[in-house]
Design a protein around this ligand. Structure first.
Ligand code: GLV
Length: 336
């Protein structure tokens, strides 16, 4: 009798994905709230002779992990981002890498927009004010912020999520600028269809001219620290910076300094460096007046997380069966 392949899952993902995996495989799950250590993942993969690994963006998957089980044929990450996986090492070993693009695009754009609105209209501060029993009367200048409608939105990285975020500007009659490695006429057309005219500009121009700057680049060697001291200096003192991509895209110390000196007005971050951001981190002294932080929940709608669970299951199945993955990070990164 042939043995049933084993899949090791580093956290309890939504049941819909686990159920699908259990129909075909032995599924072993790390049930704790906090992630397993890398050493633990390595030893479990080895003990189980696992053929599949389902991981999260908080697990570092390097050559040591990839070598832990000689039978490992696929790693599927419950995320669109794959900066935590050594893709070159996976490609060298012929290990497939699945991820979850597409399904979380709109959900993450919704969160970028939630942060943008929150920072502009100071809703987190407003809530804290009411909760602290400070609300004594209607105030003519109480918690005033900039208008969102009619403002200028800058999108750094007009990929799927950047485009989805820009589309939402239509309802607010905003001007949209975008920057990136090159102009993207097909994205401009897509935006024009919903009434958004997006203009390609150099990044420095975007930073200098936009009221809101939203970051949508993947984390790579080229984008780490993309927004540092000199970029923040270019921004207006009324500008609001939104990050739903990866924390490392912003130089945290530079942001801390820019918020301290009032070089920019506010930042809304769903991703931070370090992550998680402890509440005694220096950056946190700016909250909630100048800083709003959410705990990396860009894709956290119930429907999207369920779809992501199904996608990692589908990628894992394909990898174990030796088929082409429906969503391959190696393919997306040009390594396949
Ligand atoms: C979230 O950040 C993801 O990469 O899915």
């Amino acid at each position: 009798m042939t043995e049933i392949p084993t899949v090791y899952v580093t956290r309890s993902i939504p049941e819909i994905g686990l159920k699908r995996l259990r129909e075909r495989y032995e599924v072993v799950i790390w049930e704790e709230k906090l992630p397993p250590t890398k050493d633990h993942i390595v030893s479990r993969l080895a003990e189980l002779d696992a053929e599949g690994l389902v991981c999260l963006l908080s697990d570092q998957v390097d050559a040591e992990v990839l070598d832990a089980s000689p039978d490992l044929s696929v790693v599927s990450t419950f995320s669109v981002g794959y900066d935590h996986i050594d893709l070159d090492a996976a490609a060298e070993r012929g290990i497939a890498v699945g991820h979850t693009p597409g399904v979380l695009t709109e959900t993450t754009a919704d969160l970028a927009w939630a942060l943008l609105m929150t920072c502009a209209r100071r809703t987190v501060e407003g809530h804290a004010y009411v909760a602290a029993d400070e609300w004594e009367t209607w105030g003519p200048t109480l918690l005033t912020g900039p208008d969102v409608h009619g403002a200028t939105l800058g999108i750094v990285g007009l990929g799927n999520i950047g485009t989805a975020t820009a589309k939402r500007a239509a309802g607010f009659e905003m001007e949209v600028r975008y920057s990136g490695r090159s102009r993207k006429p097909e994205r401009e057309d897509e935006l024009a269809e919903v009434g958004v005219e997006a203009t390609y500009v150099e990044r420095d121009e975007l930073l200098a001219e936009c009221d809101f700057v939203s970051l949508h680049v993947p984390l790579t060697g080229a984008t780490a620290g993309l927004i540092g001291e000199s970029e923040l200096e270019l921004m207006s003192e009324d500008a609001i910076l939104i990050n739903t991509s990866r924390g490392e895209v912003i130089d945290t110390d530079a942001l801390d300094a820019a918020l301290a000196t009032g070089e920019i007005a506010r930042a809304g971050l769903d991703v931070t460096d370090p992550e998680p951001l402890p509440s005694d981190h220096p950056l946190f002294r700016h909250a909630p007046e100048r800083l709003v932080v959410t705990p990396h929940i860009g894709s956290a709608s119930i429907g999207t997380r369920n779809q992501m669970a199904e996608m990692v299951a589908a990628c894992t199945e394909a990898g174990i069966e030796g088929e082409s993955l429906p969503h391959s990070a190696l393919r997306d990164a040009g390594l396949e």
